[in-house]
Design a protein around this ligand. Structure first.
Ligand SMILES: CC(=O)N[C@H]1[C@@H](OP(=O)(O)OP(=O)(O)OC[C@H]2O[C@@H](n3ccc(=O)[nH]c3=O)[C@H](O)[C@@H]2O)O[C@H](CO)[C@@H](O)[C@@H]1O[C@H](C)C(=O)N[C@@H](C)C(=O)N[C@H](CCC(=O)O)C(=O)O
Ligand SMILES: Nc1ncnc2c1ncn2[C@@H]1O[C@H](COP(=O)(O)OP(=O)(O)OP(=O)(O)O)[C@@H](O)[C@H]1O
Length: 485
């Protein structure tokens, strides 16, 4: 491929050297450079790609995309100076892989909670409707039945366009993808063509990365600002910031809600452990998903399917048979008549949602025992709040470790304990070893009780000092429930 073929749409501030040259690959990592590669010098949080330019040229890079013209110019190399290398990377990655997003109906889902659930149900729904479909999500990526492990919620532009190209080659017409706020700030979706965008909700999270809540809102909003004319922007109008997302968008503005007036209005008729009975567009339907937050997710899915021109009754019938994403309010089967639940909730809002859902549908006499931790090297402000929410909504709480990473687990637990009020102290235990914590919860439970293991969901590891040790909440809970007499 020629360099000039991938430059379409890139705003160039300065060009040194020729553009009619063959290129062998695109990369933003000096450690992956091969002969004839284009190297993108990206300014990151830990290092600045500009410092690796000479090293990449020595390794064979013949084109450098950078933000300043280097002092030292190699006459064999082409230098392209742009305002923002990450933006150029997105556009050029799209061009390099043949702009696959424009051959698909690509729908992006953003928000603090619910992205994976909404994207996964949409994927399952469109597969059941008979379409070749792609999924890009935190749990896994999928091209029809082929599963591709996920490393990020939203992959980098090269991995992303490669995935989208595979989808096009395998006949997909739809793709549902999660759009994280990190991806927006780092321009990972630059150059993609979206058919629509969906907003679930926004609550405090990722403030370690965005610094302020306002920045976090702006990052989410920038996705809707970037949607093209002719696409749709579907928002949750019950969320305080739902309508903010639509302020500057050129897309067709649509809403879903349970409380406010909306284009797609859903009402809860009944909310039980076996599922949700909802009224959608004057039709009563029973769904296998549990909890009022899933009523929002189903409203988003229904609205999206309608905006993509699908038949209402067919959609509702198929949706009523679907289950959600792995590790989201997932029940662990056991013979002890204990309701064992594993849930990915790792934000104060998600923990409150799961526990209030349990509270709404419990009979009343059973105990709710919650096992919960907070990640190391991540937003510390969440720690006391998550402990407080867990205590306020449970009969017993066991504070434990959850990916301590490079931090001391006991220090994280001490910061969580700050959120435990003197009255709640009696019902709280702190057990740093996660397996021991789950074991203790099983020993405390009586038949009929509910155990919630929060935070890890589908993830099958504990990250301790950069090493990922196998740990599966579902596996441990099942094993321990079966061991109790
Ligand atoms: C905070 C963050 O998002 N970091 C991402 C970022 O890394 P960085 O800015 O720290 O990169 P850096 O190490 O400073 O390096 C800067 C540049 O120099 C290059 N470099 C670096 C070293 C070297 O020897 N040679 C070299 O060329 C790097 O390739 C990079 O281009 O750019 C990297 C390349 O794209 C990403 O892999 C990395 O994601 C890290 C691994 C990560 O964990 N990100 C998470 C937080 C994330 O993105 N999460 C969201 C989901 C959030 C949620 O909703 O839960 C996601 O979408 O997955
Ligand atoms: N619409 C919703 N509103 C609030 N909480 C939700 C909603 N949907 C799911 N949750 C809760 O949040 C947890 C994470 O759900 P999900 O994985 O779908 O969200 P996500 O946005 O993909 O999260 P992440 O970005 O952290 O992967 C679930 O386990 C559930 O407890």
């Amino acid at each position: 491929m020629q360099l000039q073929d991938v430059l379409y749409g890139v705003a160039i501030n300065n060009l040194v050297g020729k553009t009619n040259r063959v290129i062998s690959a695109l990369t933003f990592d000096s450690r992956e450079v091969q002969r004839g590669a284009v190297f993108f010098a990206v300014k990151g949080t830990l290092s600045d790609g500009h410092t690796f330019i000479n090293q990449t040229i020595a390794a064979g890079a013949t084109v450098i995309i950078c933000e300043q013209t280097p002092a030292e110019i190699n006459p064999e190399v082409t230098y392209i100076v742009v305002e923002n290398t990450s933006v150029a990377l997105g556009i050029m990655a799209s061009n390099y892989y043949g702009n696959p997003s424009s051959s698909l109906k690509l729908v992006g889902i953003t928000g603090t909670n619910g992205k994976t659930t909404i994207a996964t149900i949409l994927f399952k729904l469109f597969r059941s409707l008979g379409f070749h479909t792609g999924l890009i999500s935190t749990v896994q990526n999928q091209v029809n039945d082929k599963i591709i492990p996920a490393t990020h919620t939203t992959p980098n532009p090269l991995a992303l366009n490669q995935l989208l190209k595979q989808m096009v080659e395998l006949g997909c017409t739809y793709c549902f993808m999660e759009v994280s706020s990190h991806a927006m700030v780092q321009h990972r979706i630059e150059g993609l063509t979206f058919a629509g965008g969906v907003f679930s909700n926004i609550t405090h999270d990722h403030l370690d990365f965005h610094q302020t809540f306002d920045n976090y809102i702006k990052a989410k909003k920038s996705f809707f600002d970037s949607l093209p004319k002719g696409s749709f922007a579907l928002t949750n109008s019950d969320d305080k910031n739902g309508m903010v997302m639509l302020q500057n968008t050129r897309a067709s503005k649509k809403t879903y809600a349970l409380k406010q007036l909306a284009d797609y209005k859903v009402s809860i008729i009944e909310n039980r452990f076996s599922g949700l009975n909802l009224e959608i567009d004057h039709t009563d339907v029973f769904f296998k998903l549990v909890g009022s937050f899933n009523a929002y997710n189903l409203a988003a899915v229904y609205g999206t399917a309608m905006l993509l021109g699908q038949d209402k009754l067919q959609v509702l019938t198929l949706l009523s048979n679907l289950t959600g994403a792995e590790g989201r309010f997932e029940e662990v089967p056991n013979s002890k008549q204990i309701i064992g639940l594993v849930d990915y909730a790792h934000t104060p809002d998600a923990v409150q949602n799961v526990l209030s859902t349990i509270h709404d549908i419990r009979k009343g006499t059973e105990q709710v025992i919650t096992v919960i931790g907070c990640g190391g090297d991540r937003d510390k402000t969440k720690r006391p709040v998550m402990a407080q929410v867990a205590c306020d909504w449970s009969d017993k709480v066991i504070l434990t470790s959850d990916n301590p990473r490079t931090e001391d687990p006991h220090q994280i637990l001490a910061e969580m304990e700050v959120g435990v009020s003197p009255t709640n102290r009696r019902k709280t235990l702190t057990i740093a070893d996660r397996k021991e914590a789950i074991k203790t919860a099983c020993h405390l439970a009586r038949p009929g009780d509910i155990i919630l293991i929060a935070g890890k969901g589908h993830e099958k590891y504990q990250d301790i000092n950069g090493v990922k040790y196998h740990f599966d909440d579902k596996e441990v809970l099942m094993e321990q429930l079966n061991l109790i007499s």
